[in-house]
Design a protein around this ligand. Sequence first.
Ligand code: GLC
Ligand code: CA
Length: 557
Amino acid sequence: MTDSKWWKESVAYQIYPRSFYDSNGDGIGDLPGILQKLDYLKTLGVDLLWLNPIYASPDADNGYDISDYLAIQPQFGTMADVERMIEEAHRRGMRIIMDLVINHTSDQHPWFVESRKSKDKPYRDFYIWRDGKDGREPNNWQAHFNKSAWTFDEQTNQYYLHTFSPYQPDLNWENPKLRAALYEMIEAWLKKDIDGFRLDAISFISKAPGFPDHPGADDYIFDRKNMIHGPEYHTYLRELYQTVLSKYDIVTVGECLDLTVESTIEMAAPERNELNMPFLFEHISETIKCGKNPQRLKEILTRWQLGLHQKAWSGPAFNNHDSPRVVSTFGNETQYREASAKLFGTLLLTLEGTPFIYQGEEIGMTNVVFSTIADYRDIDTLNTHHALVEEKGVDSVTALATIHATSRDNARTPMQWDDSPHVGFSTVEPWIKVNPNYTTINVQQSIADSNSIFAYYQKLIQLRKTHLSLVYGEYELFLENHPEIYCFARTWDDDRLLVILNCTPRQPVLALPAAIELADSELLISNYPVDLADNLHLRVLRPYEARVYRLHEPVEL
Ligand code: GLC
Ligand code: CA
C-alpha cells in the first residue's frame, strides 16, 4: 500500500542564500535575489525549495547561530521580502521550506543574554548550565567546531553546553517553557504560509541524563552514545508534531546523525507522528571516506532503498552546504566532469526518496582550490586549519591540501550565473571568492547548450514527474557484485524502468542478466549519444555512462 503525498513527488532544491544571487550589489546573496531567480528554478523544474537560515544572526556560523527567530538578517532583506518570495513561489507552483535551528541559538539571542546574567534569571534554564568538575569542564564531551563542548562563563562561575561553537549554546529541551516558546515561534512561521522545515542538528536535542563522562577517553570526545538520541528524543519530536506541525499540510526533513534503517523507521514511519523524513547521506560521507568505490556506493544505497520501501520516506542528496562537491569527490572534475555530473544526477533522480539538488549541482559546479587560508570563510574550516598547523604541527602545504579536499566552503562559492568577473552573482567582490572555473562553468552557457548538465537535469526532473515508478516503485538491484556498474530497476504497476550506471572513468563490459529483455525497450535518457542499433546489444559502457530505459515487458526473475 502506498501513501501518496505531494512531498514524495517533489523534487527539492537547496538554496544557500548568501551565495545564490546578490540583488543590491553588496557582495552578499539576498532574498530579492532569490525572487529574481524563481523563474530560473521553475525552468529547471524543481518544486520544493529549502533555504538555509535567513534569520537575524551574528553569523559566527553563517546563520546557524540565530539571535532572533522572527527577524530577518538585514543583509538578506526584510520580512516583507520573505512574504513576497513565498507568495511568488506559490504562484509558480513551488513550495518553500525553511531551516529550523532549534538545538541551539546564538549567544547573542536575548534568551541567552538573560540566561547568562545570573543563576536565578527566568531564562537560566533555557540553556544547559553545570558546575565544573575538579577544576575542569563538567565532562569530556567534544564540540563539533571546538575542543570541549563546555565553555566557562565568569559571570556565574558555571559552564554552558554547546554542541557546536561556543557562540551556539545548546537549548535545554528538558524545560517545558523552552519547548513552548519554540512551538510558538514555529507556529508564527507556519502562519506565514511556509511549507515546512529542515530541522537542523535535530539528533542533539535530547542528551543522556546526568551528562556522563565518556569513559576511558584521554581527550575530548564526540560522544555518540551520550550526546545524541537521548531518551526523550522521540517524545520531543512527537510533542512538536502534535502541538504544531500536525495542524499544517507541510513537510519536515531532519538532519540526523548516525542513522540506520531501523532508527529511520522509528522516526519517519507515518504512524510514529514525528518527522516525515531524514536526509540520507551515509553514501556521501562513506564514499568520501572509501574513495571512489562504486561497490560500496551501491551497497549503501541498496540497503536504504530496500529497507525503507513502504515503511518510511527519506531525502537523498549528493551535495549540500556542508560537503565537498560530488563531481570532485566521487566523480571526475576534469575530463569527465559533464558525464560524471550527469551520472550522479541520474542516480539521485531515480532513487526512492525526495531528491535534494544543491545549488550549482545542475551546472556541475566543482570544489574550489583557494591558494591561501585567508580566502576561506567557514568557521569549521578555519578551526580545522588552526588545529592542524598550530597544534599538530602539520606543514602549511599539507594543511591546505586537507582543506582543499574537505572544506565546507567548496560548496559555498557564489553561484556561477555567467562569465563576467563576479560571475553574474554580484556587481562587486563577493563575500567569498568565486571559483575561477566560472568562465567555462556557468548558467548562461548551460542554458544555451541543449546538451548541458542543466538540460540533462531538466529532462531527469521531467522524467521523475511523468514516471511515478521513480517515486513509489519497487527497487531491484542487478549485477550486485559488478565492481563498476550500478544497475537497478524501479517498478510500479506496469511501468518498469531500468537504470544503468557506469560509476567509473573506465569502460566496463555490461552483460545484463538474460531475464532483462531490452528488445522493444525505450531509451528515456542517456548522457552519451546512443545509436539506436546499440539499444539491443549493450556491451561496453563509456566513462561515467548513464542510461535509463523503459522496459517493454515486466521480467520474471
Ligand atoms: C548543521 C548545518 C551546519 C551547521 C550546524 C550547526 O550541521 O548543516 O551548516 O554548522 O548544523 O548548526
Ligand atoms: Ca545583497
